[in-house]
Design a protein. Sequence first.
Length: 204
Amino acid sequence: MKKFISLFTLGLAAIVLTACGGQEPKPTNVVTSFMEAIQAGDFEKASTYVATNTDSEEFNFANIQEGKEDPATAALLKGISNNYKFGKPEEKIIDDNNAEVTVEVTSLDFAATMGTAMEEIFAIAFELAMEDQTEEEYNTVMEEKSTEILTNAMTNKEAEMVTRDVTLTLTKDDEGNYKIVSNGQLQEAVLGNAQEVEEMLGDF
């Protein structure tokens, strides 16, 4: 009898483990893992939750770390993770291969931050223009000052934040795993008010 119970228990455990092991992460789990990686500043891990075969021209998350050795890019990456918070994701299954997840995100307001930084940079540029120096010296100092201003603005714990609801699109890859589509909504989830920044810089 004891042997029968043991065999039954082992068999039941095997069934449960097989069932659990065969389940792919839910869309909400994928989004949560992605945003936790963003919080931690681990963009390589975050990229594993994003679709690589996206045709969107709005945003390509895979390129976000290009030139990360550059001080200005490093400042941007720090800014993305600066005080990054998110609420409980809610999913909507579209069909067997597609889903949507809506989540409230609070992060750095890049439009406000860039606006403040640009004002400081313009002021410094005007001051330096009044000094007696070569063009090469001017450019070198401006680059250093601009990077310093951007870094301070992006990493300031008192920087202005923005809260918004974003709806991310997810689709299954060839292995049946949900991945986040890299589009404008993902850009908004990562870079708050990024569209305003693009419009701002487009005027220069």
